[in-house]
Design a protein around this ligand. Structure first.
Ligand code: HEC
Length: 223
């Protein structure tokens, strides 16, 4: 009599085999350092970039935009170097997404100047008549809430002190409100007069856009 005629034994043995297979192929790799590569070029988000990332999630930008360039010739030609595992070390949660109504954004940092983003966020259709991206100009009328910025960076394990977070916020504010800011003209155009001296949600989301993919560009430059 073979095992086929002993249903209970058969079920127990198959459950064991599947269990061992799952442990070996899923749980063992989960704890292997080689599946979690670290790069010294990939830096955590600054407090402002993190706020921008939160707004990106709040507005559901990830329902239309992916953040992962697949290793396919067409994608590499269009967006640049394909995404590497170490790039997402600080992404909690990651925003790879699956809907590509709009282009992938994983390499958007540095592709355009800030002024381009201010204009595009205010009116995508003003730049691409057929764009179905909704306009987000109202983000420039919302003062950026930084009251939880330090807590967020602490919970996410970025390792900044309260002073460092305050400094990051002050530096970014000084940068975008300076009279010499290279995108001042466009920022003033889209930001209500009363908000120009403040950090807005629009400023933060653009800081986040400009961060995406930049670490990889510096990684490639130094190789
Ligand atoms: C309904 C889908 C949709 C949503 C939601 C959406 N987008 Fe888009 N987005 C698009 C489409 C389509 C394009 C391509 C046409 C264009 O540039 O307007 C695009 C283009 C872009 C580009 C330019 C990409 C490039 O390489 O030229 C950026 C940056 C961008 N979106 C950011 C955002 C951000 C930030 C949000 C959330 C605040 C957002 N999008 C929400 C559909 C969307």
């Amino acid at each position: 009599m073979g095992i086929n005629s002993k249903p209970v034994v058969f079920a127990v043995i198959s459950a064991l085999v599947i269990l061992v297979g799952t442990v070996v192929t899923v749980f063992v790799p989960l704890f292997m350092p080689s599946t979690q590569p670290v790069s010294r070029f990939v830096k955590p988000y600054t407090a402002i970039e993190q706020e921008g990332r939160d707004i990106y999630m709040r507005e559901g930008c990830n329902n239309c935009h992916t953040q992962t360039v697949r290793p396919l010739r067409t994608e590499v030609l269009r967006y640049g170097e394909y995404s590497k595992a170490e790039e997402f070390a600080w992404d909690r949660p990651f925003l790879w997404g699956s809907r590509r109504t709009g282009p992938d954004l994983n390499r958007i940092g540095g592709k355009y100047p800030d002024s381009w983003h201010y204009k595009h966020m205010q009116s995508p259709q003003g730049m691409f008549a057929l764009s179905n991206m909704p306009p987000y100009g109202w983000l420039a009328a919302n003062r950026l809430d930084v009251s939880n910025s330090f807590r967020k960076t602490r919970i996410l394990g970025y390792g900044y002190s309260q002073e460092q977070v305050n400094q990051q916020i002050a530096e970014y504010k000084a940068r975008v409100t300076a009279s010499g800011y290279d995108s001042k003209e466009t920022r003033d155009l889209v930001t209500p007069a009363g908000m120009r001296g403040d950090l807005t949600e629009m400023d933060a989301i653009i800081a986040y856009m400009q961060k995406l993919g930049r670490d990889v560009k510096s990684m490639e430059a130094k190789q």
